[in-house]
Design a protein around this ligand. Structure first.
Ligand SMILES: Cc1cc2nc3c(=O)[nH]c(=O)nc-3n(C[C@H](O)[C@H](O)[C@H](O)COP(=O)(O)OP(=O)(O)OC[C@H]3O[C@@H](n4cnc5c(N)ncnc54)[C@H](O)[C@@H]3O)c2cc1C
Length: 416
């Protein structure tokens, strides 16, 4: 820890999925970067957890919704859109994680009980993959292992508890040790962001009226890189390909069903999942540790405060349907990196730059929130469109070129 706090160009609070690559790219652009994280890196991949304990664990209960989300994010995987993958490749960060990333070659979107499906295929769109699925824990660990060589000063076990604005810098206070001073503070400290709270930025929380069981299943057959998004009356059911014969599952349900699902043993849960999804992926052989969480939308009331920017989950948590949250966050990152440019001695926390950033990002953020809301709510409950209309939407997507192309480009993160 520093004993005599100098003023650093950029302090990043949170070395998660967003904060770690952000630190790497800013350091490569010549900025002085200090990266702080409250915890230690998780060391075991979730797929490995299933391999080692294939018929195991049962439900995994977490105390509060936010704790549950934070645990989920550590244990789970994330689908990177093609746009996000290209950003990593452009900054020479992709090769380190490529071997562990499962390509999505096709996405099948269907609706339970109705005719109509849409298929997005990478080869039809002339791309190698529509996106890539990475293990959150492995991905973060690999990214963190490169930090020292890239000149980032990384401090683990450094929990930010408060921030204080000064005239030309922000002071970042830790639970333990002396404070850091920064021209620009980037808050990437997750859904329960201490920076957001301390900076006095409010948040809106909306309950989607859904819960989700998150797990990994082992298949008897190969998945061939095909992801499935199936809309049901209780919400989406999604399967994402992982490396090997594994798939990550997000199984949405009515909140009242949560305790019933938690009480099922693994065999009973697997039978329920098989009945709900059918045999499109063949037989499910085993299921790994399972966690149920309420699905919330949490959004900060502002993205910036003096010399401070909120990014990633500190800014916004979305419904997982359509895999938009991380990819939207990385487009925020890409924009901020572009505006900051290479270090030529300018002040990175300048108010005009932060204002420009907020304006530049507004449209894309609004569109993604609207798109995700439509997917999350449009296919279920009282807010849902009538069944035959939904069916027509899916059929329409498959047959109407431009609409389908828009859907594909949005899913691949190539629209902004
Ligand atoms: C079930 C689910 C599935 C999802 N699937 C997808 C998907 O397929 N595709 C997609 O695009 N998005 C997906 N998302 C969204 C995606 O997971 C998030 O966008 C992403 O995790 C955000 O990363 P982050 O770095 O902001 O936060 P995190 O990854 O949560 O990292 C926060 C970091 O901050 C640290 N920290 C916390 N508090 C402090 C503190 N006080 N001081 C210092 N450090 C601190 C933590 O230790 C952690 O390392 C999903 C979300 C959910 C809930």
């Amino acid at each position: 820890m520093n004993s005599q706090p100098d003023i650093t160009d950029v302090v990043i609070a949170g070395a998660g999925l967003v904060g770690t690559p952000l630190a790497q790219v800013l350091a490569a652009n010549g900025w002085d970067v200090v990266l702080l994280d409250a915890g230690e890196a998780a060391s075991r991949s979730s797929a490995a957890a299933v391999r080692d304990a294939p018929v195991s664990a049962g439900p995994d209960r977490a105390a509060t919704p936010w704790q549950a989300h934070e645990r989920v994010l550590r244990q789970r995987c994330t689908a990177l859109s093609l746009g996000t993958q290209q950003w990593f490749a452009q900054h020479a960060l992709w090769s380190a994680v490529a071997d562990d990333a499962a390509p999505i070659r096709q996405v099948n979107v269907t609706q339970k009980g109705y005719f109509g499906a849409t298929r997005l295929r990478a080869d039809e769109l002339h791309v190698e993959a529509l996106g890539y699925v990475v293990d959150n824990a492995n991905f973060t660990q690999v990214m963190r292992s490169m930090l020292a060589a890239q000149g980032v000063a990384f401090h683990s076990g450094a929990r930010v508890v408060a921030v204080r604005e000064q005239a030309s810098f922000v002071e970042v206070h830790l639970a333990d040790g002396p404070p850091f001073r920064a021209r620009l503070l980037l808050a990437v400290d997750g859904v329960s962001s201490a920076v957001r709270e301390s900076a006095g930025i409010g948040r809106q929380q909306t309950d989607y009226g859904q819960a989700a069981a998150l797990s990994i299943v082992k298949l008897e057959d190969a998945h061939h890189g095909v992801a499935h998004e199936r809309f049901t009356d209780t919400g989406p059911l999604a399967f994402l390909p992982r490396t090997g014969p594994y798939m990550s599952v997000v199984d949405c349900m009515e909140p009242a069903e949560r305790s019933t699902i938690d009480d099922l043993d693994d065999a009973a849960y697997l039978a329920r999942l098989q009945a709900r999804f059918g045999y499109r992926l063949g037989r499910f052989e085993a299921v790994g540790p399972r966690l149920t969480v309420p699905l919330l939308r949490i959004e900060a009331s502002a993205q910036t405060a003096t010399r401070t920017v909120l990014l990633g989950n500190a800014m916004r948590l979305l419904h997982p349907v359509g895999g938009q949250g991380y990819n939207l966050a990385m487009r925020d990152v890409a924009c901020l990196v572009r505006l900051l440019g290479t270090n030529r001695g300018a002040d990175p926390g300048e108010a005009d730059l932060l204002r420009h950033f907020v304006e530049a990002r507004r449209n894309d953020q609004r569109q993604v929130v609207r798109f995700t809301e439509t997917l999350a709510r449009g296919f279920r409950g009282r807010a849902a469109l009538p069944g035959h209309v939904r069916s027509a939407v899916l059929l329409g997507l498959d047959t109407l070129g431009p609409l389908r192309t828009h859907f594909a480009r949005r899913t691949m993160g190539l629209t902004s």
